[in-house]
Ligand binder design. Structure first.
Ligand code: NAD
Length: 370
């Protein structure tokens, strides 16, 4: 990860067109533009693999800073304190973190724990009066997601979901091209999202903590991608499940699901979500006047892609750095990314997942009303 950041001085334009300068040790680098606005002070809850990735990426943020942690493991708290210079007064565990309400040094809590814990933890953060940033999937069904939206509204705090692709430069470019009509009338999207999952004892294969299987974890990228690539909300879904290993993938933990989404314009999406195939990270979209293929399309990058006009050559910048700076800008200045990433956006994906599971269970086409 570090080496990516050390490449070259990269000047990018955020999703809303405000230049943000990301630096490196390049000798020819232009002088850094000092940022003097407010800094979003963030505590991370859940110091696991993705929490660590976010913490590392935040070292390069201009508008956001890691200042606190919430963890059940005292040794990890100690490690993080020394690694990221976190003061003791900003360290909490899962029992006492409601006390964060009295801590003026923390503006937001980023919930990066197993999916099944997101709802209760996010609602506790909201009740403590702090903004909630929550990882995808925001919850394990739409009802839980809506409860989070309601709690954050009642507490007058923001709820933002960790949809890092909404700030990724090549993705943003493709969305702009579609908005400008460069693909003509978009007609078809194909999303393939999957990997071969390892350790059978991990929480991702535990229905209670994961809420499901591959669909919750990785299939959601094709769902969200279908929506932001085509720029419409689906009105129906059909889905078929294949399970080759019922021991590893227990009842309620999906291994492989193919699903199809229909959109009001007549556009369709055909997607695959799996925990049992490797190298599946590809988006394709075609319209009356052009096409785009992205592969990889949602991994940590660099994202690669080409359109009927040629290669996408926007710079790679660590996704989570862009995301956290973007979220800070959203919270302080109300600046929205090109595609929203608020709680309502998260609930839409949860409604689609609910409908996909229902379509698998019944074998019937399900209508969706977003
Ligand atoms: P992980 O297992 O590496 O980390 C989870 C953390 O939660 C660990 O530190 C663990 O100790 C803690 N935890 C607290 N209570 C727990 C409990 N009851 N059981 C198990 N762990 C508990 O998982 P991860 O890969 O960091 O995923 C965490 C969240 O982040 C998930 O919601 C996942 O979907 C999301 N995620 C998002 C992305 C992305 O690109 N946006 C990537 C990876 C993970």
């Amino acid at each position: 990860m570090g080496s990516r950041r050390n490449f070259i001085e990269k000047l990018t334009v955020s999703a809303v067109g405000v230049p943000i300068l990301y630096h490196s040790s390049n000798l020819f680098a232009a002088p850094e533009v000092p940022y003097e606005g407010p800094i979003l002070k963030v505590a991370i809850m859940g110091l696991g693999s993705y929490g660590t990735r976010v913490a590392e990426a935040m070292k390069d943020c201009k508008r956001a800073k890691l200042v606190g942690v919430i963890s059940g493991t005292p040794s990890k708290i100690k490690d993080w304190q020394s690694k990221y210079g976190i003061p003791k007064k900003n360290c909490y565990n899962y029992e006492n973190f409601d006390a964060i309400k009295d801590n003026a040094d923390i503006d937001a809590v980023y919930v990066i724990t197993p999916n099944g814990l997101h709802k209760d933890q996010s609602i506790r953060v909201a009740k403590a009066g702090k903004h909630v940033i929550c990882e995808k999937p925001m919850a394990i069904n739409a009802e839980e997601g809506q409860a989070m939206v309601d709690a954050c509204k009642a507490a007058n705090v923001k709820l933002l979901i960790g949809y890092r692709m909404h700030y990724e430069p090549k993705t943003v470019e493709v969305i702009k091209m579609r908005k400008n009509g460069e693909f003509g009338k978009v007609k078809f999207f194909q999303g393939q999202s999957g990997f071969t999952i390892g350790d059978p004892t991990q929480w991702r294969l535990d229905k209670k903590l994961a809420g499901g299987g591959a669909m919750m974890d990785i299939g959601i990228y094709s769902i969200n991608g279908a929506r932001y690539m085509l720029g419409e909300e689906p009105i129906w879904v059909t889905a078929q499940e294949t399970k080759t290993d019922p021991v590893k993938f227990e009842e309620g933990v999906d291994e492989t699901i193919q699903f199809q989404l229909g959109f009001p314009s007549g556009a369709v999406a055909n997607c695959l979500s799996t925990y049992n195939m490797s190298n599946l990270d590809r988006f394709f979209m075609t319209g009356s006047d052009g096409w785009v293929e992205m592969k990889p399309s949602t991994g940590y990058g660099p994202i690669k892609g080409r359109t009927h006009k040629g290669e996408l050559d926007q710079p790679h910048i660590t996704h989570q750095t862009l995301q956290m700076d973007g979220m800070a800008q959203l919270i302080f200045e109300g600046v929205q990314p090109i595609v929203p990433l608020d709680g309502e956006e998260g609930v839409k994906d949860m409604k689609i997942i609910d409908a996909i599971y229902k379509a698998v269970e019944t074998g019937d086409k399900q209508n969706i009303n977003l």
